[in-house]
Design a protein around this ligand. Structure first.
Ligand code: FMN
Length: 225
């Protein structure tokens, strides 16, 4: 196969972004509920999102700064309070999730926005260890506490291009109907088709986990993770 080498240094920011989201795909979507220091709610999706460690359970988010050099509301809230929840996005919630991605001013409560648009019912359910609520109707939610916030690149003025948020999961919430246990009480893997997780691809394309395929891991010596 013949390839073209594309030097990121030669690319306008827009095209570098395009290649990133085209090629690092599919990406899971973190539907992040956060609150400012006055308890005002915010909800927005992020797909520079990944699980990176299981002990302790740790996730990362890449949140870009706005072109005017200000942080997005989610990032401002996470830096101010150190707390957020990540809510699972299933197929039926895709439209509502997308609606919350608009660049709404901080005073707009995206929970209300979704309710007023009538695209989904999202009920704030209390979290156990963090102040921001989770979405009661989501298949799952993660209560998260900020561990590190690492600035990446250079943006407008003295702001970074993006901030890498590293957070530990203080609580997993999983819909009871999705949980199955073996006869020793251990959790069985969740069924991806029933989770129907939505993933983001390049451009405005999305995928979901309804159609999947399976492969056993090769066994070489003692089994790793
Ligand atoms: C599916 C999806 C994934 C997104 N992923 C990211 C992301 O990883 N990082 C980011 O900075 N913005 C991302 N965005 C854009 C933010 O959702 C958008 O900037 C939003 O307005 C931020 O809201 P806030 O200012 O309330 O935090 C994404 C949008 C969509 C629809």
């Amino acid at each position: 196969m013949e390839h073209e080498a594309i030097d990121p240094g030669s690319l306008p920011a827009r095209e570098a972004y395009q290649l990133m989201i085209d090629l690092v795909a599919p990406r899971p979507i973190a539907w992040v509920s956060s609150m400012d220091a006055n308890g005002r709610s915010n909800l927005a999706p992020f797909s520079y999102y990944q699980g990176v460690c299981s002990r302790p359970p740790t996730i990362v988010l890449g949140i870009s700064w706005r072109s005017d050099g200000t942080p997005k509301d989610t990032l401002a809230n996470v830096l101010a309070t150190g707390e957020f929840t990540v809510n699972h996005v299933r197929r039926e919630h895709a439209e509502a999730m997308n609606l919350t991605s608009g660049d709404h001013p901080p005073e707009v409560d995206e929970w209300d926005l979704v309710a007023r648009a009538g695209v989904a019912t999202l009920t704030p359910a209390p979290s156990r260890h963090v102040a921001p609520p989770r979405i009661a109707e989501a298949n799952a939610a993660l209560e998260c506490r900020l561990v590190h916030a690492i600035p990446l690149g250079r943006g407008r003025g003295s702001s970074p291009s993006s901030t890498l948020v590293i957070a530990e999961i203080a609580m997993f919430w999983v819909a009871r109907t999705l949980i199955e246990r073996d006869d020793r009480g251990r959790l069985r893997p969740l069924d991806p088709a029933r989770l129907a997780s939505v993933g983001r691809l390049g451009g405005i394309a999305y995928t979901d986990t309804v159609e999947t395929f399976s492969m056993r891991r090769p066994k070489v010596g003692s089994e790793g993770l």
